[in-house]
Design a protein around this ligand. Structure first.
Ligand SMILES: [Zn+2]
Length: 205
């Protein structure tokens, strides 16, 4: 599991390119992505990460790299910026309440997305279980198309509440940094947990 220093607030977060759990900001620009990668366990020891985080939290600016090292991490950032998932996260960052849904592994990596704007489902090549991610994202697509009646959805939401699906499936840990809107957060967490449980029932996860 990779950890990195948030380039905005200096807190340690899971994953280099993921939004920060503390300040909810995601690295979007090339330079922010580059330093998010540079200040992650991909490039640094966990001790260095902790030291840099502590310094930034004391008000120090983010450290700079020598030019050739910065160019290397900028290259990594540019590669990531060409991926559809980067676009999904960038779009999501622009409008946090778009109805877009994500599949995020326990290590904080985005493995798939459902984009409400064009009703597209994207599955990452690095997804560990592409079939499970596809089913999960298809579930969100079905929900957005109105495939469930309100009474059906009520039954599912009650089951999620009574059986603590959000807690049992680790939904808060995986998604609290992604879905930050307080008004609809609970509903999204339940939808995600329901999608997760339904998918697990089909593919046996
Ligand atoms: Zn932050």
């Amino acid at each position: 599991m990779s950890a990195s220093v948030c380039v905005f607030c200096g807190q340690i977060k899971q994953g280099a390119f993921t939004p920060c759990g503390a300040c909810a900001r995601a690295p979007i620009s090339e330079i922010d992505l580059a330093y998010s990668f540079a200040l992650s366990t991909h490039c640094q020891t966990p001790e260095t990460i902790r030291e840099v985080a502590a310094e930034m939290q004391r008000g120090q600016p983010r450290p700079d790299l020598p030019p050739e090292q910065e160019e290397y991490v900028r290259q990594i950032a540019r590669q990531w910026m060409e991926s559809p998932l980067y676009q999904a996260v960038a779009d999501h960052d622009k409008a946090k309440d778009t109805g877009d849904r994500y599949s995020i592994s326990s290590s904080g990596i985005v493995e798939g997305s459902f984009t409400a704007r064009d009703s597209s489902v994207q599955i990452a090549r690095h997804a560990k279980n592409p079939l499970a991610v596809t089913r999960q994202m298809a579930f969100h697509a079905l929900k957005s198309y109105g495939a469930f009646t309100s009474s059906e959805w009520e039954i599912l939401t009650k089951a999620a509440l009574n059986q603590s699906w959000v807690e049992k499936r680790g939904v808060s840990a995986r998604y609290s940094h992604v879905y930050t809107h307080p008004e609809n957060r609970e509903a999204i967490f339940h939808e995600t947990a329901i999608a997760d449980v339904s998918t697990a029932a089909i593919v046996g996860q």
